[in-house]
Design a protein around this ligand. Structure first.
Ligand SMILES: *Cc1c(COP(=O)(O)O)cnc(C)c1O
Length: 425
């Protein structure tokens, strides 16, 4: 029987058998024992399922991946050591030197650097497009060697809501998958596969972990993209893999082809796996994800409404505000709420912005968001400092932007803290 998503947060993934531990066992073992070399050989050849070395697969990691897969409604998933690893592997699994991707310009700063500098150095070129561009502008960005379209469902920190249908139509019209980083809304508030996305990535470091304890990532495949129909564009999936005795992933693994290749080939070679202990923490924190998201959203809504009418606040960006330019997209794609992040500006220049963040007492200054504890960041001065004002604006980040990650404390205390900090400006 299909369950509601808040039930899945608690119940999906690990299913104990009779007499087995009720909580997810932490299998902190690098390796697994077999009685015959013959059987281990079959595991190596992907002819039989089973564990042999944690760099490829580990039961604790797999059960947590299965939970996230169920939350997104996907066909297969894998955890990664970080959100950055998830982004990189999700693209590199289908792209190589000489290929090209199209990417929304409203991105997390780390993703922007990864794609515009590091992956470019690997020979993967990118054309950035503003997520609010017209369908024809989006279409014009595609080239014969384009292999994927990448965007964030709710851009960090620009808080731009993705027009999923526009992006999915463009990707599918051209014959490439739409990859969506769904970190900010989480599957509680947005399930990109329901709107045409093919692959979802996460920084589980954010709301999924939610307590600031564990860096991690995840890749989920819907299983819906038909690689075989675009055989020539995706030879890594549709032609023999010499490093696995000529296995053809699409033929052998069907809807699990993309994730199987990512694990069997890329994890084997690049090793971006999470520690099972981290996955164990993540699993516990995922149990409360739905409850936390609800509270993050109601608190952030109250904070955004408070800031909107404050005389020292110059602008507020929160998709839950009816005056927000992405309100109607949010109503369509994020009807239950977006997340706890509110962006805004205060009167005065850089010194005033710094003074304001320093004045906060309950909210702490950290390079982090999506924590149970309210925190604040001034991106132009920290995470996005590699970017020029022009690049910042293209990414939807105003140079005076303050990013407040509203926690799950009582909203009155959060607002009182903002109030005293604004009063002292
Ligand atoms: C933080 C973040 C990442 C990177 O994740 P890490 O776990 O820090 O590597 C990627 N995308 C988004 C939207 C993020 O917020």
């Amino acid at each position: 029987m299909d369950q509601n998503i808040d039930t899945k947060c608690v119940q999906a993934g690990y299913q104990p058998g009779n007499g087995e531990p009720r909580t997810l066992p932490l299998i902190q073992s690098t390796t697994f024992k077999y009685t015959t070399s013959e059987q281990m050989g079959r595991l190596f050849d992907l002819e039989e399922e089973g564990y042999f070395y944690t760099r490829l697969q580990n039961p604790t990691n797999d059960q947590v991946a299965a939970k996230i897969c169920a939350l997104e409604g996907g066909a297969a998933a894998t955890l990664t050591s970080s959100g950055q690893a998830a982004t990189f592997l999700s693209i590199f699994n289908i792209c190589g030197t000489g290929d090209h991707i199209v990417c929304s310009s409203a991105l997390y700063g780390g993703t922007y650097n990864l794609i515009s500098v590091t992956m470019k150095r690997m020979g993967i070129d990118c054309t950035f497009v503003h997520p609010d561009c017209s369908p024809s502008q989006l279409q014009a960005a595609f080239k014969p060697n384009t292999k994927a379209l990448f965007a964030e469902s709710l851009a960090n920190p620009a808080m731009i809501v993705l027009d999923f249908e526009k992006f999915a139509n463009a990707a599918h019209g051209f014959g490439v998958p739409l990859i969506v980083d769904n970190t900010f809304p989480t599957p509680i508030n947005c399930r990109p596969f329901e709107w045409g996305a093919d692959i979802v990535t996460h920084s589980t470091t954010k709301y999924m972990d939610g307590h600031g304890t564990t860096v991690g990532g995840a890749i989920v495949d819907s299983g819906n993209f038909d690689w075989e129909s675009h055989k020539d564009r995706f030879p890594g999936l549709t032609t023999p893999d010499d490093s696995y005795h000529g296995v053809i992933y699409t033929q052998r693994f069907g809807k699990k082809a993309y994730i199987t290749k990512a694990v069997a080939q890329l994890m084997r070679d690049l090793g971006m796996i999470p520690s099972p202990a981290n996955s164990f923490y993540l699993n516990t924190h995922l149990e409360s994800l739905a409850v936390r998201m609800q509270r993050h959203c109601s608190n952030a809504q109250a904070v955004a409404e408070y800031l909107l009418v404050h005389p020292k606040v110059t602008w507020v960006k929160y998709p839950g505000l009816p005056s927000d330019e992405h309100y109607s997209l949010a109503q369509k794609y994020l009807p239950d709420g977006s997340c706890g992040v509110v962006s805004f500006g205060v009167t005065g220049g850089r010194e005033q912005i710094s003074a304001f963040t320093d004045n906060l007492q309950l909210a702490s200054i950290v390079t982090h968001v999506a924590d149970t504890r309210t925190c604040v960041l001034y991106p132009a001065g920290t995470t996005h400092r590699q970017m020029s004002d022009e690049d910042l604006l293209a990414a939807g980040v105003r140079p005076d932007l303050i990013r407040l990650s509203v926690g799950i404390e009582n909203h009155e205390d959060i607002i009182n803290d903002l109030d005293q900090a604004l009063d002292r400006l």
